[in-house]
Design a protein around this ligand. Structure first.
Ligand code: SF4
Length: 498
């Protein structure tokens, strides 16, 4: 055996710390009880409409729903009651997030992977995948394209599980990204919030992430259904350990990360079960650490290169069911940010905004090193899946403006300490909205001056004016300071926030 292979095996063997799983188990049992979930779904399979209305009132007070209440919502079939649920979801979204949409871009740093997930084109056994890890200069080039040409301020950086992408590489790459500054029309473009989608780590590794100033740390469970999980994640891989992944966020909180994102890859198992399990995970984190997820994601399974999808397509989620997933998540964890990515079509993404979505990517490319290249051609040999929406950030923002929505580039939250329990309390009380509204206007104006097309600027102008008037009416005490920051931004100062 070559030394390189032996090193990789040693690395894999050192990843999972059994004591960091055992310490969270309750008498050897994990928090996710499949019988409890299945019983809740069965016992609430024909919910009474008055009971649903009671549940909606609880959601409207920005309170988390229980498993039983979530099960009842998932089982609603009556179109009139569904329509009441949609109205409530939109009201909640407006109460917590108003008309703001946060935008970001994914940045894939590497696609080497030691795992063999059956559904993934990056799996180790896929010899046709073209592998790459970005070096220092390539990270700078990718960041320049994202921050300097498109004007993104937020990224989600994505890493495979591999020694080439270990925690030190992750920390270095995030520092590199934060240090890139690019001249823009009036000011400069730079990335101000890096969210991280990475494999589960041990506590000592996770402690390194807050030191470099990350936003949200995401690990998706893919499927919470243990038998399915074990079938599609071979047991001789790191990812084959269900509990190591399930307790990734427990370790993250213990390591001092207080802003986390959960997610499910819908289509691997029954979608109702997955929603229930995601809610249980969220409730469990709140119970133990006092903080639930800042965001949830709900990608749908897509075909990928050299995957045997036929075995996996029994639980495909229809568009109608997908919309219900979004709706129920909005109602069950009402303060939580909800992300829909460019995996979905433009039409679906537009519709999802009415159901509760708050964050979207745009100008998205998911090939490793793809942003530096001036092409939108997708290559399944280099991508994890094929995108459904390839619109630019400028095009997406124009559409959002035409629907009366403002795009927020605000990244003040984690830099002002408004994270974790603090942000959750503010969101529940509807108070975070004050800071977000002011900072959204300031940062949106900044983006318009530096990056937008003339058409987008034109359509954005009345939205900005309306927002400014609302600030004057709703928050007169802070209006003078806001106006001063806004004018300074218009005059070319950058990165001002309240
Ligand atoms: Fe690796 Fe993630 Fe793909 Fe699994 S899903 S093979 S862990 S990149």
């Amino acid at each position: 055996m070559q030394i390189k292979e032996q090193n990789e095996i040693n690395w894999i063997d050192s990843r999972i710390k059994q004591d960091e799983i055992d310490k969270y188990l309750d008498n050897g049992k994990c928090f996710l009880d499949e019988i409890e979930i299945n019983n809740a779904l069965k016992d609430n399979c024909e919910p009474d409409s008055n009971y649903i209305r009671k549940i909606l009132n609880k959601s409207l007070m920005i309170k988390n729903l229980s498993l039983k209440e979530t099960a009842a919502l998932l089982n609603v079939k009556d179109p009139d009651v569904l329509s009441e649920m949609k109205d409530a979801a939109l009201k909640i979204k407006k109460k917590v997030y108003d008309n703001r949409v946060v935008t970001f871009a994914p940045l894939y740093l590497g696609n080497y992977c030691v795992n063999n997930c059956l559904y993934c084109g990056f799996k180790k056994d896929n010899i046709d995948a073209q592998r790459k890890v970005l070096d220092h200069q390539e990270i700078i080039n990718e960041t320049k394209a994202l921050a300097g040409e498109i004007g993104h301020k937020r990224l989600i950086v994505v890493y495979g599980e591999h020694p080439k992408n270990d925690i030190d590489y992750i920390v270095d790459s995030i520092s590199t990204i934060y240090n890139v500054k690019v001249k823009a029309r009036q000011g400069e473009g730079n990335i101000r919030r890096v969210n991280v989608n990475a494999p589960p780590f041990a506590i000592n590794d996770l402690k390194k992430l807050p030191q470099v100033g990350i936003g949200t740390y995401q690990v998706f469970q893919e499927t919470y259904h243990r038998q399915t999980y074990e079938h599609i994640h071979p047991s001789n891989t790191i990812k084959g350990n269900y509990l190591w992944r399930l307790y990734a966020m427990h370790r993250a909180f213990e390591a001092g990360i207080d802003d986390i994102g959960l997610g499910v890859l819908f289509g691997l198992y029954d979608w109702k079960f997955e929603v229930m399990a995601l809610i249980k995970h969220s409730l469990e984190l709140e119970r133990v650490f006092g903080i639930g997820p800042h965001t949830v994601s709900f990608p749908r399974l897509e075909p990928a290169l050299n995957t045997k999808m036929d075995d996996l397509m029994n639980y495909q989620v229809s568009d109608e069911d997908f919309k219900k997933i979004i709706l129920v998540l909005r109602l069950s964890i009402p303060h939580t940010g909800m992300i829909i990515t460019a995996r979905e079509s433009g039409a679906m993404r537009k519709e999802s905004l009415e159901l509760g979505v708050t964050q979207m990517d745009a100008s998205t490319k998911i090939g490793v090193g793809a942003y530096q290249k001036d092409t939108n051609i997708q290559d399944e040999h280099k991508q994890q899946f094929i995108l459904g929406d390839q619109r630019s950030l400028d095009e997406l923002i124009r559409e959002l403006c035409s629907e009366g929505m403002i795009t927020s580039f605000c990244t003040a939250g984690y830099r002002c300490g408004r994270t974790g329990k603090c942000i959750m309390d503010l969101l529940r009380k509807g108070e975070e909205g004050k800071f977000c509204k002011l900072n959204a206007i300031i940062t949106f104006q900044e983006w318009l001056d530096d990056f937008s097309s003339e058409d987008t600027k034109k359509i954005a102008r009345p939205i900005i004016e309306k927002e400014i008037n609302e600030v004057q009416e709703k928050y007169p005490e802070i209006y003078p300071k806001f106006k001063e920051f806004y004018e300074r931004t218009k005059n070319g100062e950058r990165d001002l926030y309240i």
